[in-house]
Design a protein around this ligand. Structure first.
Ligand code: MLC
Ligand code: AMP
Length: 503
């Protein structure tokens, strides 16, 4: 058996709908079997063997999803990459992961081929409409494929997640991790074959790729598959759907739609939010407009989902709910790892079948992020209240979350500090009405200002993905430091907290 692929295709009947395509076409579960067979055949003909990595940086399309499923079916390891990454960023992931095959957009083929040649990888293409050399090759393959045997410990995916220091780390997710989390969520969130999910998230991160599609498929449910989030369009789709999964920005943008009310959401049974903190105010406004309480959950690339507000029972604004039934969660002293009594703030640690198998090629980093007994240190700060609900109160890690995407200040600071005229920089996240946090650079120039915001942003444009680039740049003579000489980011955040207030 192939644990993940079999789990994702076991529930539905062949004639059930899997997805409505962006052009209105309908793909049934039966099509999934033949399309992924052809795609898996194409992978094998390109030299992909079980255990090989298949790196994928392509626009969202049903074919991109089938490529994920075909990779799993062929026993290989899926490695999704944000489409916003520049070639400079891609270089690191490709070199680190050593994929056998890189699938990219035809527009990026020339650049990617240069990287691929260095490591001896093959290249195939797939565009936003699902066309390209990979689809051409798949079209000539058999609609039958002998699915490769895979069990719980085998790798299914590597998802890169940036580190607080140093370079990104590839979180190794196994068949067991993804299957356990999907099955737990199907039952907790009461998914059934009758559900229709509006899928408007990207599929290069765990939220859109695993939480959304694995849960839908494990339940034999359907999805309306959109290339990206558009609030007006999602509003118009609500009457044909039952569930939406999104980051908080989805909900603040939906609230800006005058048509969002209880009539518009009458067929919806569940709105789920995660990947970044949902403001209690957004939760309340949404409930007031629609009569429905958004269900907030908490997860990470390394762990999938860890906690969720209940399906039945109070969904409490500002909390991420209770640990999932098969996840153990504790709060520890960040320095010693010692247990803290209920109600005290410490670092959140988790353990369970959802927790990843370690970082690709980084045994020391892996060891450093686990406590004895297999507890994974999330780096998030939180507490457990008397009712057992987990509250996230901050981050021990220096991380900015913009529109649900993680930005590590150190990476941005490294690029800025290399620019002429910069003495040093501090990159901080400031409250942003649309993105949750806006990436902001504070640059010390020692008083001799020759740099402009435009020049800084232009210099970063081919170095960093757009979502990592500062929304605003502030120039100062010097950065504030504490007695230990450490830059006082909290002070900078306080000083500039209103920067985006009037957007
Ligand atoms: C796009 N841009 C962003 C951005 N997304 N900038 C900052 N932060 C973001 N998240 C850029 C665009 O390139 C564009 O650049 C400009 O901002 C405005 O674009 P937009 O049209 O307003 O953005 P849009 O395409 O609508 O995207 C916003 C978004 C999207 C929030 C809908 O980013 C999104 O779908 N986010 C979800 C991310 C996600 O799936 N996270 C899950 C990670 S998994 P320009 O140059 O044109 O101005 C995880 C674990 C867990 O965290 O628990 O789930
Ligand atoms: P990623 O590395 O992209 O997987 O991001 C995981 C991080 O997102 C977590 O460690 C948290 O800091 C944050 N996160 C995810 N869900 C929530 C949530 N509901 N509330 C607050 N933070 C969240």
């Amino acid at each position: 058996m192939n644990l993940l692929f079999d789990t994702l295709t076991a529930t539905a009947r062949p004639d059930d709908l899997l997805l409505e395509r962006p052009d209105g076409g309908r793909d049934l579960y039966r099509d999934v079997l033949s399309l992924t067979a052809r795609m898996a055949g194409a992978l094998v003909s390109l030299g992909v063997r079980p255990g090989d990595r298949v790196a994928v940086q392509v626009e969202k399309s049903p074919e991109n999803l089938y490529l994920y499923l075909a990779t799993i079916r062929a026993g290989a390891v899926f490695l999704p990459l944000n489409t916003a990454y520049t070639l400079a960023e891609l270089d690191y992931f490709i070199t680190d992961a050593g994929p056998a095959l890189i699938v990219c957009d035809p527009a990026g083929e020339a650049g990617v081929s240069g990287l691929a040649a260095r490591i001896g990888a093959r290249v195939a293409t797939l565009d936003a409409r699902g066309a390209g050399s990979l689809s051409d090759l798949a079209a000539g393959q058999s609609p039958e494929f002998a699915t490769v045997e895979r069990s719980a410990q085998d790798l299914a995916a590597i998802c890169y997640t940036s580190g607080t220091t140093g370079r990104s780390k590839g979180a190794m997710l196994t068949h067991g991790n993804l299957t356990a989390n999907a099955c737990t969520l199907v039952s907790l969130w009461r998914f059934s074959a009758a559900d229709v999910l509006i899928h408007a998230l990207p599929i290069y991160h765990v939220h859109g790729l695993f939480v959304a599609t694995n849960v839908v498929m494990a339940a034999g449910a359907a999805m309306i598959f959109r290339p990206k989030f558009d609030a007006a369009e999602v509003l118009s789709l609500l009457s044909r759907a039952t569930v939406l999964m999104g980051v908080p920005t989805f909900y603040t943008r939906l609230l800006d739609q005058p048509g969002l009310d209880s009539a518009a959401t009458v067929s919806m049974r569940l709105f789920i939010s995660g990947s970044a903190p949902l403001l209690a105010e957004t939760h309340r406004e949404f409930a007031a407009r629609t009569g429905l309480a958004i269900l907030e959950r908490y997860g990470m690339t390394e762990t999938g989902m860890n906690t969720s507000n209940p399906y039945q029972g109070p969904r409490i604004a500002g909390t991420v709910g209770l640990p999932l039934p098969d996840v153990s969660l504790r709060i520890s002293n960040p320095d010693t790892g010692g247990p803290l009594p209920g109600g005290e703030i410490g670092v959140i640690e988790v353990k369970g079948p959802n927790v990843f198998a370690g970082y690709w090629n980084m045994p020391e980093k892996t060891a450093a992020e686990f406590r004895p007994g297999g507890w994974f240190i999330t780096g998030d700060l939180g507490l457990i209240d008397p009712a057992g609900y987990v509250h996230i109160v901050g981050r021990g890690k220096d991380l900015i979350i913009s529109g649900g995407l993680n930005v590590y200040p150190k990476e941005v600071e490294g690029e800025i500090d290399a620019l002429p005229g910069v003495i040093e920089s501090a990159v901080i996240g400031l409250p942003h009405p649309d993105l949750g946090e806006g990436v902001t650079a504070v640059i010390a120039t020692g008083g001799s200002v020759v740099l402009t915001e435009t020049a800084v942003l232009a210099a970063l444009s081919d170095r960093l993905a757009r979502f990592k680039q500062p929304r605003k740049v502030i120039f100062v003579d010097d950065l504030p430091r504490n007695a230990m000489g450490k830059v006082q980011k909290a002070l900078l955040r306080d000083q500039h907290s209103a920067l985006y207030r009037d957007l």
